[in-house]
Design a protein around this ligand. Structure first.
Ligand code: FAD
Length: 491
């Protein structure tokens, strides 16, 4: 298996999340006008005498942008998400390494669209789409749409080895981050009480699989957690002896960045004490560690940052996905032949003008969301639709620990502490609320001077100790029960 970040993994980190849509009449507009009439959205916003129903599945960067941009449009929007919060994934690794709390980087979706009178929010997972009857299928209901926007992103991919997921959690949602935090902190607690030296060594070994931005950022944060934040807190073990391995199947870290920046990131990680293993593939992953080629590495914690698999949107639409399951869309962000369905964000496989696949990053998702909203607006008002979607590159950023970062923006290359400050300011700027910006800024400043990690909570222990009392077990990942208040299916 190649746990390489080049295989269906986020290509890089771009943060300047601007979402301008440029209008440019093109020859394809006449074809689009035909589709527009097929969509039956007439100027003034009616479909057979009522307001068009827009269903957006996924309130991440892409879906939320669509909803926000249509705040004043004469449409009825239903925003469906299986979580009740919108998440700023770029800082998720800091929750996993106890630097930030979940609420610092997540916001209730209802609160975000509170003032949008045309928008309802549903908490629940979509399980399919009935394209013939134009309905979105959920477990306990189905809901009719006139326009459907699928923005359900991706999940972890284990290159066909799904059994590895239990031993090597990936990082995608708040629950993943708190699970990784739990495993990391518990490993130190267990090591403190362990009398067997080999087992103690195993518990103090952490393997991170995947040398893309998530793996690099995780490795820097994990080694700092162990060697700085926890250094003085234990008596029987020395957390400074913690071994952190970053494993990448490709020849270099951060493959989407220019090579000199990859080298800088690698050197910076090595200086922090991370063992960087390049050109090494994980061939086996079990509860006690991983196998890299011929070498068994015993580890207390394994973190998966290597592969990504798209949501099952391709199955729902009965179209062929690419090898990661992403839905191929045209420059209008619709799958071929589907007039009423847009697929955007990490779920979609879209290309730039040169035919290169667009990376799975936040600015792409946000710009695509803005584009789809502009298309829907244009159809409502009968104006010319925007020109085909074109991604405006906003540069690549990744941080290595708290002292250095790398930035590639056009021909500009930056590394070192100035890049780190730009990285930090950009991340704070793109957090949603002032409250969160202030909290994150204060936490970072405090941890810069004190090296403390404020969110070192091990949650979920009660579920291990008292499974019966809580009616669940630690490994119980059964789907939640249906929501108690069924919402009537619109006619
Ligand atoms: C750890 C990590 C770090 C990252 N760091 C960066 C970074 O620094 N810079 C950057 O630009 N990009 C970064 N990315 C990538 C970026 O976060 C994604 O490209 C972006 O979130 C994609 O937006 P999206 O709207 O497609 O998906 P998401 O933001 O993931 O949103 C998808 C939404 O769909 C919901 N959903 C999924 N399935 C269903 C279903 N069946 N029914 C209902 N709802 C569903 C999910 O709950 C979620 O809310 C990072 C990603 C990760 C995982």
């Amino acid at each position: 298996m190649r746990p390489s970040s080049t295989r269906c993994s986020p290509c890089g980190r771009r943060l300047a999340i601007s979402a301008r849509v440029h209008k440019r009449p093109t020859a394809s507009h006449s074809a689009q006008s035909l589709e527009q009439s097929r969509l039956q959205l007439v100027p003034g916003g009616g479909v057979n005498g009522r307001r068009p129903r827009v269903i957006i599945v996924g309130a991440g960067f892409a879906g939320l942008t669509v909803a926000k941009r249509l705040a004043k449009a004469p449409v009825d929007i239903t925003l469906i998400d299986r979580e009740n919060h919108h998440l700023f994934q770029p800082l998720l690794y800091q929750v996993a390494t106890a630097g930030l709390s979940p609420a610092d980087i997540a916001w209730p979706i209802r609160g975000l669209v509170r003032h949008q009178r045309n928008t309802s929010v549903l908490l629940g997972a979509v399980t399919g789409v009935d394209r013939v009857r134009k309905r979105v299928i959920m477990r306990d209901r189905n809901i009719a749409y006139d326009v459907l926007v699928l923005a359900t992103a991706a999940t972890h991919g284990y290159f066909g080895n799904d059994s590895w997921a239990a031993h090597a959690p990936g990082l995608k949602a708040i629950d993943d981050a708190t699970e990784i935090r739990r495993r990391l902190l518990l490993a130190f607690e267990r090591a403190e009480m362990e009398s067997d030296a080999r087992e103690r060594e195993r518990l103090l070994t952490i393997v991170i699989v995947g040398g893309g931005p998530t793996g690099v950022e995780m490795a820097g944060a994990v080694v700092e957690l162990a060697r700085k934040a926890l250094a003085a807190d234990f008596r029987a073990i020395d957390p400074q002896q913690t071994r952190v391995l970053l494993v990448e199947a490709g020849p270099r870290l951060l493959p989407s960045f220019p090579e000199p920046l990859s080298c800088h990131a690698e050197q910076a990680l090595r200086r922090l004490g991370v063992e960087v293993r390049l050109k090494q593939e994980v061939t086996r992953c079990v509860a006690t560690g991983v196998t890299l080629g011929d070498e068994n590495v015993c580890a207390g914690t394994v973190i998966w940052a290597a592969g990504v698999a798209a949501s099952p949107a391709a199955d729902w639409l009965a179209v062929a996905g690419d090898r990661c399951g992403r839905v191929l869309v045209g420059p209008d962000l619709r799958p071929p032949g589907m007039d009423h369905v847009f697929v955007i964000g990490d779920t979609a496989l879209a290309h730039d003008v040169a035919g290169k696949p667009l990376p799975a990053i936040a600015p792409v998702a946000k710009q695509q969301g803005a584009y789809v909203a502009a298309v829907i607006q244009a159809r409502l008002t009968g104006k010319a639709e925007p020109a085909p979607f074109r991604y405006r590159d906003r540069g690549l950023l990744a941080t290595v620990g708290r002292k250095t970062a790398v930035i590639a923006f056009g021909r500009l290359r930056m590394k070192g502490w100035l890049a780190w400050w730009i990285w930090g300011i950009a991340h704070i700027y793109f957090l949603i609320s002032l409250r969160n910006r202030l909290i994150v800024m204060t936490q970072w400043l405090w941890s810069c001077v004190s090296f403390e990690r404020g969110a070192r909570l091990i949650t979920g222990l009660r579920a291990i100790r008292e499974p019966d009392r809580l009616g669940r077990r630690d490994d119980d990942d059964a789907p939640p029960p249906p929501l108690p208040h069924p919402i009537p299916t619109p006619a």
